[in-house]
Ligand binder design. Sequence first.
Ligand SMILES: Nc1ncnc2c1ncn2[C@@H]1O[C@H](COP(=O)(O)OP(=O)(O)OP(=O)(O)O)[C@@H](O)[C@H]1O
Length: 353
Amino acid sequence: MELLVDIQKKLLGFELDVSFEADKNILGLLGASGSGKSMTLRCIAGIDTPDQGRIVLNGRTLFDSKKGINLPCRKRKLSYLFQNYALFPNMTVEENIGFGIGDKNRKDRLAIISEKVKLIQLEGLEKRYPNQLSGGQQQRVALARALAVEPEALLLDEPFSALDDYLRGQMVKHLTENLSDYQGVTLFVTHNMDEVYRICHKLVVLSTGKIEAKGRKEDVFKSPPTLIAAQLTGCKNLSQAKYISPFELEALEWGVRLKTGCKISNQIKNVGVHAHLLEVARDEKEDNVFKCWPKSTSETPSRTIVYLLTKSDKQEQDHYTLQWEITKQTWLKLKNKPQPWYLKINLNDLIIF
Ligand SMILES: Nc1ncnc2c1ncn2[C@@H]1O[C@H](COP(=O)(O)OP(=O)(O)OP(=O)(O)O)[C@@H](O)[C@H]1O
């Protein structure tokens, strides 16, 4: 199973130019609002037409501008799951699921519907209409309907955007379970980096119509290749960097000199570190240890974000230079410790651009 996408499309004030491949591992398209995620899916589905390029699914050319090929949506053998599910309000759960199933006899049709109802665990609710279902149940029906046509590719466009946090978490779990037996290509579009990390194996990061990063999710999150990719994958600490030597740089905004784990170029521009990777230093004299002063905090139910000042002369200013994300227990243990604190950045945790 393989999808190859290499397309360009110009719109007023926006240019899409993307090239990537997907196999049967779920591929995430991550990007901010307006970055071109939906446009990419719409071009693959055949709802929009690229100006140039090629789209090939399992060796079948769906689109090729040079050869003048542009298969209509219904011949592309893929399912598109929209943000708002788009269930037919006047059809029951089973009618919705059975809607797209092609020329099959009644018995086979009913067998597919019943298998999909079981898959999404909505047995007993087959005769209900969408307005008699919760948001999460509607979402599952939409997924079952998309899978019932046995598509070669499944295009999921922010499928959880209408759900509350609790249901979102549940649905992420259901989706990964429901798709574990699906053999086709799955593209999952979202702007939510936690969701993309939980669901996908590989990742394409999009910004203003261009690809900023692509690869295994672990690699893209750990070492995003550009500043924008770092921001989109949640790196909270970013600074301009000055080259000092092949293995040392100065993080200008943090006012800290740092040793690096790999050789750096004298063209280096920026450095970053994830907020959860700062550590309390055991020994003040170790490499990459710096003094800091907690300026303020903000809390989630389980974590505390500590905003740190790293330059003592800035203590009076309303300004922080680094974010440190720790558990609440760590914060409670630390908060009354004498200042300055000594924190450390492991050289291999530095993200260098
Ligand atoms: N039919 C259109 N004509 C002109 N511009 C369009 C059209 N459709 C989308 N755009 C523009 O293309 C860009 C990408 O839109 P797209 O819907 O792909 O973004 P997105 O990443 O999916 O965003 P969101 O997460 O908000 O859905 C936006 O700047 C949008 O305004």
